[in-house]
Each structure stands twice: as C-alpha cells, then as structure tokens.
Write a protein that binds this ligand. Structure first.
Ligand SMILES: [Zn+2]
Ligand SMILES: [Zn+2]
Length: 664
C-alpha cells in the first residue's frame, strides 16, 4: 500500500522507538518535521496508535503485528539488534521487501478497489399527494387555494363532477352509494348532457349516458351528515380538512366526507386509491436480536420466535433470531425530521377503529393504546410501479430509516432488489378504504395500486436476484484466493439460496458470515436530509470529498456541474420563457397573463411559476464551484456562455455606485 519512500520514513521513525509494555515512539514538538512523514505512513497503513504527550503509543497487540511484518519479535533487545540492520534494500516493491523479512507470506491488503457513490438519502415518511389532501372528496373552486372543506362549507355549496346515485328506498338523489338519509343502498344513475336526461343504464337507444354530472351540491349538508355520523362536536373538529379540487377517476366517485374528517383528526393523508401510505427505503435483514427491535421476548414468542439460531430456547433479549420471510421491522428514528412509522401506524389503527365503529357501525378491531401493542400487526408492502402488495407482519421498530425485511420479502415485492423504495399500508386500511373506483382514469392510473394481494410467497417465484444470496456461516478461503486471481464469482462453490429451492429449508437455516453488536449503531439520519439548502449540501459534499483520499475533488466538481447544475440552469432558463402564470389566491393557471394583468376568475394577483432566482441561484453555485475546484477551462467557458445567455434576458447585475473617496 505505501510506497518505498513512505516505507523508509516509517522505518526511520520506528527505529527510534522503545519497546516496553507498549511500543513507544518519540513525537515531541522538535521531532515534528523529522517524523511527521513516518507518522503519516502509519496512518496510511491503518495501524492504530494513540497520541500522548511528546510521544505516540502503539498498543502491544498492534505493535507485535507491525513488527512481525518486519520479521522482528516483540522484545526490546531483538528489536535494537535487528532494526539497525534494516536499511539496505535492493530496490524492490515494499510488499516484496516485507515478504523477504517476514517468515509468513504477506499479501496485498486490498486486491481490487470498487468505487461507489451515494445514490439518494434514506427515506421514511408519510406519503402526501400534492396539496396534502385528507380525503378524495372534490371541493371545487369553492375550497379556495387550500382546497379546504371548511371554506367550501362556509360558502354553502360546491360545483364539480359528482357521481349520481338514487336511494332505492326513499328515492333521495345523492353522491354516495349508501343513502345518507335512510341508510339503504342506492342505485347508480346516469346522465346525458346531450338529451339533458337521467337513466338507469349507460346505454339507452345508442345514446351514451355518463355515471356523473357536473352539478352544484349542498356540501354543508354532507358535512353536517358526516359530523353527526362521527358524533363530532365543534371542538372535536380538526383545524383544517383538505379535499381535492376535482376527482380524476372515470366515474368521479368520491369518498365519504367523514373519512376526511377522521384522517385529519389522526394527522393522516390520503393516497389516490383511498389508502394511507408510508414510504420507506428498503434494506435486507436476515437476523436480529429482540433488544434491537424493541419488542419483548414474551411478545416475540407469541409471534412464533421460539428458538434462536443455535436452537436454544428464546429467553433473553440478546439472543440472535432468524427473521421469518413475511416479517418486517419498521423505522422509528428519533433523529429524522419526518414522522416516525410507529406513530403513524398507531394513528392509522386508531383511525380505522374509529371508522369501523362510527361509519360502518361495526366493532373496533385493534383497540391499541400505545406503540408497544403494534407488534404482530399485518400490513401490505408494495414497491412502486407495481400492482401487487405482499402481506407483511410488523415485529418491531428500529432506529434505522429503512424497511428491514428478509431478502425474500424484498424480492417478492419487486423485480430488482436494490436500495430502492417501498411503501407500507395497514392491511385493514387497504381492505376497508381501497377502491379501484378512485384511481385516475389516465394511462398508468392503476400503477402503484394494490390490485393483487400476495398472502404467501413462494421461494421459487420471487425475483431471481435473491437466488445468488450466499448463506454460509463462513466465507471460504477459496473465495479470497480466487479474488486474488480475479476469477469470476460463479467459479467458486458457495452455499447459495438457489441450492435450497424446492427443499425443506428454502426459507430458513440461513447463516451470516460477519456479526455486529447492534444493527442500530450506524448513522441514523444522513446530513443530506438535515442540511437546509442546496448550497449547504453542496458545500458539505465538497468538504467530505476533500477528506477522502480515493476521491478526485476536481472530478466531483466537474460531475456535479455537468450532471446537475448546468442541466437545471439550462432547463429552468428554457422553461422560464415558456412558463405559465399562477393566481396567488385561487391557483388558476394561465398560459399567458390576461391583458387586465389580474386573475380573470377572482381578480387576484398573478405571479411566475418559475422564478428568476431559481435560475441565478444555481448559476452562482456552479460558477463558485468551477473556480474554487479548478475545473477544465472548457467547462468554465460553457458556464460563462450560459451566464451571458442569462444576462441577455435578465440584464447584468447592476454595477454599484461607489464613493470616490474610497479610491484615495
Ligand atoms: Zn334513502
Ligand atoms: Zn384567481
């Protein structure tokens, strides 16, 4: 690893050392110039050492190993005798010299280097649609910019596309499939704009009838019904309940408004299919200790964890257990700026209980009072761009912002099993509140919707990436030898998942090769999430780059400018000239600003959707980076040209008038 010069610097320094209980090297103020290169070599070797007053101490165990490489035993006498002779080498590589001195064969510490870079920061948060609605209920323009239910209720009515229903008993015309007046089920009605007629079916005499009508409804009435059904008094109402401006599903079916009041009460937001989702980055987990996931031994026994990996009965919270394929551990990370999964899940169970009791007149199901009771709850786990959910069981919570589950679980959810993102849905919420009828009618509307539920995975049918997972207790020596010869991985025989398929132990009896004291000990929240602005993130990224020897800082600056900044600048700049304008009070969008210069809907002020600032901000950052880290003159010129383009539109920064006296 170190070169010849660094090696001789090191030798020169340690030859002044003294062997006592520990190995002590001189490092006084006056020696600094002489020995700092030697100390650097020690650092580069990764040899642990401590700084003390005027000296550096290497603990006996480490010193033994260091000197052993030089063929010297740990004794001051031998050391004095041998070290003085170590000065004449016929110029060879350091590794060759060491192998001449040491009685065992010493190999290169790292044969192959693999480069990696950060993809994206970890995620664990409640999913919110644009505008954070609580319910799939349209409030129309009457809801205002916030699409507030209360605002529409105050105005008295809402005009939007609503579904058409008629009560089969009391003939009440309504928007719900169940009559809010008498509780009977309703019949769907259809309407033709052309004939201005209602009908009982979609097709009458070759005329197309629609299952909805753009109509003004008495939203105050539906709000009062919802309030009464839930038994809410004025002070039970949440501060704000947000709906949608309009629904985009085929039949324009809407949720019962009461669900929105309840979700808002429990701090939950609705997804486009009527469920509440929590998004999490995925991470595989094969084994855990009860104390790592905060679940008691008694509870885990109840859930079926009777024996640990050594087949001893589970008795204390420090025993290692093998995770069942459908079990998951959810994030409860105290350092995260977002809501924790245990809080959200508890709120969802309370929401569902409240809903069952008041809205559906059924008994509540969970009756949970605190987070400890959540272990054992069933959820649906889904990967994005997919339409199948896999049933999972929550067994605990860890201080990690990830969905920890067996590799089989991750593979069952998707076709590509890498640090991607998944979401969880409370199974009861999914069964109760999901409806295909809410899904947007446009292409891709059914994506991300749990149309299929997988209740029992089969090892042979999950994504085949997991088949190559090695499951042996120890990585065999042959693997390291083969790595040295740069052989292909499949030339080595190791115990893999695919060898178990179809057998009795296709899911269990998996081992791991390296242990850890606690899975929660890693960094729990990356600073990328806590740094507020793009500039802060960039600045800290560059500070980190400078600290890592393997990183070429100039190249990182080049990549950031080329891949991100310059694209954003050019993209935003292009969009600036083609942008739409937005009304600040009712959110109407205009492709061109109306001649009156005000919103023609409500008279509000119009403003840009893409600001000049968002372009200049990136330009400044890019130029700063380019100059500071000395990127190629080509890239710098590219930026200068972009700057000129931008200045030709926005004008140059005004030159400041300065006091003449400053120059004298
Ligand atoms: Zn009725
Ligand atoms: Zn407006």
């Amino acid at each position: 690893e170190i070169n010849f010069e660094e090696f001789t610097n090191l030798l020169n320094w340690i030859s002044k050392g003294i062997i006592k209980e520990n190995f002590i090297l001189p490092y006084a103020e006056k020696d600094l110039v002489k020995f700092e290169n030697g100390k650097r070599s020690l650092e580069l070797l990764g040899c642990e050492h401590e700084m003390a007053i005027e000296k550096v101490i290497i603990k006996k165990e480490n010193a033994k190993a260091l000197l052993f490489n030089l063929g010297i035993a740990y004794s001051d006498e031998v050391f004095r005798h041998k070290i003085s002779k170590l000065n004449r080498f016929s110029k060879k590589s350091v590794l060759e010299i060491i192998n001449d001195l040491c009685k065992f064969k010493i190999k290169n510490k790292a044969g192959t280097f693999i480069g990696a870079r950060m993809g994206r920061p970890e995620k664990a948060k409640l999913r919110k649609l644009v505008g954070s609605p609580h319910t799939l209920f349209p409030v129309g323009v009457e809801g205002g910019r916030l699409k507030s239910v209360f605002e529409a209720v105050e105005k008295g009515s809402s005009k939007e596309n609503f579904p058409l229903y008629e009560c089969s008993s009391c003939k009440n015309s309504t928007i719900y499939p169940k009559c809010e007046k008498c509780g009977e089920f309703c019949k769907r009605k259809f309407y033709s704009y052309k004939l201005d007629q209602f009908s009982n079916s979609e097709d009458v005499d070759n005329e197309k009838f629609l299952p909805f009508k753009n109509q003004r409804i008495d939203i105050k009435h539906f709000f009062e019904v919802a309030k009464k059904k839930l038994g809410f008094r004025i002070d039970d109402l949440p501060l704000v309940v947000k709906g949608l401006k309009k629904t985009s599903s085929k039949g324009h079916d809407c949720e019962n408004l009461a669900k929105g009041l309840l979700r808002a009460k429990y701090n939950l937001n609705v997804n486009k299919d009527g469920t509440v989702r929590y998004d999490i980055s995925e991470m595989p987990l094969t084994h855990f200790k009860p104390k790592e996931i905060g679940t008691s031994v008694e509870k885990l026994k109840e859930l079926g964890y009777e024996k640990d990996i050594n087949n001893s009965p589970l008795e204390n919270d420090n025993q290692i257990l093998e995770i069942f394929p459908h079990d998951v551990v959810l994030p409860a990370c105290k350092n995260s700026p977002d809501e924790m999964a245990d809080e959200v899940l508890l709120n969802i169970t309370n929401f569902v209980d409240h809903e069952l009791e008041k809205l559906y007149d059924k008994e509540s199901f969970f009756k949970f009072k605190n987070k400890k009771e959540l272990a054992g709850t069933l959820i649906g786990c889904m990967a994005p761009h997919n339409c199948a959910a896999v049933v999972g069981r929550v067994i605990g919570f860890a201080n990690i912002q990830a969905l920890l589950a067996s590799p089989y679980m991750h593979a069952a959810m998707r076709r590509d099993c890498d640090g991607d993102e998944a979401c969880i849905i409370l199974l009861m919420d999914l069964l109760l509140n999901f409806s295909k009828k809410f899904l947007p009618a446009h292409r891709g509307g059914t994506q991300d919707a749990p149309l299929v539920l997988n209740t029992r995975m089969r090892a042979g049918e999950v994504d085949d990436m997991v088949f190559d997972l090695d499951i042996s207790k120890k990585i065999p020596l042959e693997l390291f030898k083969a790595a040295e010869e740069e052989k292909s991985p499949y030339e080595i025989k190791m115990d893999l998942v695919k060898d178990r398929l179809g057998g009795k132990h296709e899911f269990d009896g998996i081992h791991f090769s390296y242990d850890t004291s606690d899975i929660n000990l890693g960094p729990s929240c990356s600073s990328y999430k806590t740094l507020p602005t793009m500039k802060d993130k960039l600045k800290n990224q560059m500070i980190l780059c400078k600290k890592i020897r393997a990183v070429d800082t100039t190249d990182v600056a080049r990549l950031v400018i080329e891949r991100h900044l310059i694209r954003d600048i050019k993209g935003n700049f292009r969009k600036f000239s083609m942008q739409v304008f937005r009304c600040t009070s009712c959110n109407s969008k205009y492709r061109r600003p109306p001649l009156v210069g005000k919103c023609t809907n409500c008279g509000g002020n119009l403003m840009f959707t893409i600001s000049k600032g968002s372009i200049l901000k990136y330009l400044e950052a890019a130029l700063e980076l380019a100059i500071k880290y000395n990127v190629s003159s080509y890239l710098l010129e590219c930026l200068e040209i972009v700057k000129k383009d931008i200045e030709s539109v926005f004008g140059r920064e005004k030159e400041k008038q300065e006091n003449l006296a400053k120059w004298f």
